[in-house]
Design a protein around this ligand. Structure first.
Ligand code: EPZ
Length: 438
């Protein structure tokens, strides 16, 4: 097992380029299962453990996939095995995203129930309920979701709870259904807009993505298409906090600012200066060729002269403040002047990083889904343990500011969602390295 060792106190400076979004690439790769023939080419795919997992999942079904750098070439015309085995699904819950495409194209699926994870129970009942409303016969046997259907039928589906992958799964199920499907109280995340844009390039008829009501008119078949994954708004937000917490001055390139309004506003209110570079200064041609709304731009991030101010944070579905940025914002607030109240409204157990931050000298009290953060003058380096993907990023950020050395174990959590995180931070001047645990 590997650890990350970081010595705090360095002010980060220089440039970092944001990778493609994990939570867009995963549904996009699943969506290639819908193509009857041809080869889909996806660009700007990040190099992550989770991406490798879903590639193995599709290859196990018979898909032919090749990778050159950030480009994946995926042929699914020969898929014959509609199974997602427990061994793979248990390492990545988002494997559930193959359920919708398999049911749409093949009328059958055997997908392991994802089970819970560190941050919560993570049920998939709404995915299943929507498929049943579209005519699928679903049973759960020995930990597997078994789906059978003829051609799915359009349905009018209202989500009791706004669910990101639930919206994505049913959108992918509906594109080949007979008739019109309406998804109400749908999630509005930018990654859903990215997925809908790709599906339209494959020949799907979808309207309303990015709003609470998405209307899909089923078509007979979809063809392979080319697409570029949008930049990762959570990685971009994580590096904004890295610049602010280290009192540095960093240019973050290829950040999807148009998809980050809640994060940028909140970080500015805490005291960060976040300024887009002018077109002349931004020599990047990393525009999102398929979807201008989600284009990446360059932004300069520093800490303002007034220091960090305490602020309340409440995680909400998009366009609210994202739960995937909660631990990073909390770390910043541990050093802010005053008391902040953080409410985690999405997941029931997403404060695992609190107990590790307390070991670093943070003053935080947890009451259910609320954390009270009282600013302290400094954090101190300590051995800490990662519990989930975003918590581990938060602990590394804390190590950047802490006095002394922080050693974070269970780095595999970090590698699921951040490509070369410590390398990028080192290039910005951080004293950080990855070591084999003895
Ligand atoms: C997606 O997870 C993301 N994962 C998560 O990112 C993200 O934290 C989450 O959305 C919220 O934004 C991917 O996109 C691969 P949900 P998802 O379904 O879709 C309840 C990361 O760090 N719910 O929107 O699984 C659920 O319990 C990951 O990259 C049901 O009750 O989240 C939760 O309380 C972590 N029944 C709420 O909805 C269901 O059938 C939102 O969950 C489905 C969900």
């Amino acid at each position: 097992m590997e650890s990350i060792v970081v010595r705090g106190g360095r002010k980060l400076s220089g440039e970092v380029i944001i990778d493609g979004a994990k939570n867009s690439a995963l549904p996009l790769i699943a969506a290639t299962l819908l193509a009857e023939n041809g080869c889909s080419r996806l660009d700007n795919v990040p190099d992550l453990r989770d991406i490798n997992t879903i590639i193995r999942l599709l290859e196990g079904m018979g898909a032919v996939i090749s990778r050159q750098g950030g480009r994946l070439e995926i042929t699914t015309s020969v898929v014959g095995n509609c199974q997602a085995p427990y061994e793979l699904v248990k390492t990545m819950r988002a494997s559930i995203l193959v359920l919708g495409p398999l049911m749409a194209r093949f009328g059958e699926a055997r997908v392991s129930l994802p089970g819970g994870c560190a941050i919560g129970a993570r049920p998939v009942n709404l995915h299943i309920k929507g498929l049943e409303m579209m005519g699928a016969r679903i049973s759960v046997e020995h930990g597997y979701i078994i789906g059978q259907a003829g051609r799915l039928k359009g349905a009018d589906i209202n989500f009791d709870v706004t669910t990101v992958t639930g919206t994505e799964n049913l959108m992918m199920a509906a594109v080949l259904a007979d008739g019109v499907t309406v998804l109400r109280n749908a999630a509005r995340e930018p990654e859903i807009v990215d997925l809908a844009s790709f599906l339209r390039k494959m020949g799907a008829q979808i309207e309303g993505d990015g709003t609470h009501t998405i209307t899909i008119t089923g078509v007979e078949k979809l063809l392979a298409a080319d697409y570029q994954v949008m930049p990762d708004r959570i990685e971009a937000g994580t590096f904004m906090v890295a610049a602010g917490i280290s009192d540095g001055d960093v240019v973050i390139k290829n950040a999807p600012l148009a998809a980050m309004a809640a994060v940028v506003t909140k970080l500015q209110e805490i005291g960060l200066l976040i300024e887009p570079l002018s077109p002349e200064e931004d020599d990047d041609d990393e525009l999102h060729e398929d979807n201008g709304l989600l284009a990446g731009v360059a932004v300069r991030v520093r800490r303002g002269l007034d220091g960090l101010k305490a602020l309340d944070v409440r995680t909400m579905p998009y366009p609210g403040f994202p739960t995937d940025m909660q631990s990073q914002a909390m770390v910043l607030l541990t050093l802010a002047e005053g008391t902040s109240v953080i409410s985690e409204t999405i997941f029931e157990n997403r404060f695992m990083h609190v107990f590790e931050l307390q070991r670093m000298g943070a003053d935080i009290e947890v009451e259910g889904r609320t954390a009270i953060v009282r600013g302290v003058a400094a954090l101190s380096g300590a051995p800490v343990m990662a519990s989930d993907l975003r918590a581990s990023a938060g602990l590394v950020l804390a190590g950047l500011a802490a006095e002394g050395e922080t050693v974070m174990s269970r780095v595999y959590h970090l590698d699921r969602g951040y490509a070369g995180f410590e390398k990028k931070l080192k290039a910005l001047g951080a004293d950080i390295k990855r070591v084999e645990e003895n």
